[in-house]
Ligand binder design. Structure first.
Ligand SMILES: [Zn+2]
Length: 179
């Protein structure tokens, strides 16, 4: 998609200074069909290099990623609005999304393009009895699952990112962010 398409449907309350920092980048990734694909991400300008490097490393190690499509994609819209649940249910990996945190009112790090979610179906968000997306299970034995020694987690954590699998109050295995 084009830069304009990547922001089609952007919530009207998204501040201009946040939008202006976002970059639409193209990444290559290895997928579950054992082929190399091309996808796109919207991410803060400061983090482009980290993300490009992490995807290069993941490709080298053939870590499978299901799909990488910006949240503005028509299949991730509900009533015209960007819908993270639809993206998660599609096992899609994405970064920028002007939204609040799951189950809360404060802005997510995704709202500033400073977080990325990878393979949500293999890497659920788990808080108490809530697991998202529906029917997802965390099992490090399964391909596409993030762990401490996964190539993406290692690469980004070494560059100052925080992985939601290391959090204690809740687990957000799909999520990596950098302040
Ligand atoms: Zn996330």
């Amino acid at each position: 998609m084009t830069y304009d398409q990547a922001f089609d449907g952007l919530p009207v309350n998204c501040p201009t200074h946040i939008k202006e920092r976002q970059r639409l980048i193209t990444v290559k990734y290895y997928s579950f069909d054992n082929k190399i694909h091309q996808g796109q991400l919207v991410i803060d300008v400061d983090l482009v290099e980290d993300i490009e490097f992490a995807f290069e490393e993941a490709l080298k190690e053939e870590f499978p990623i299901n799909s990488v499509i910006p949240i503005s994609y028509e299949s991730f819209r509900r009533n015209g609005r960007w819908d993270d649940d639809l993206s998660m249910e599609a096992n899609n990996s994405s970064a920028f999304n002007y939204r609040t945190i799951t189950g809360g009112q404060v802005l997510s790090m995704h709202a500033r393009g400073r977080a990325i979610d990878i393979n949500p179906m293999q890497n659920p968000y788990i808080r108490g009895r809530i697991t998202l997306p529906a029917n997802s299970v965390y099992n490090p034995e399964i391909e596409g699952t993030l762990t401490d020694d996964n190539v993406i987690v290692r690469t980004l954590v070494s560059r100052g990112w925080s992985w939601g699998g290391n959090w204690t109050a809740l687990k957000d295995y799909q999520h990596l962010e950098k302040e």
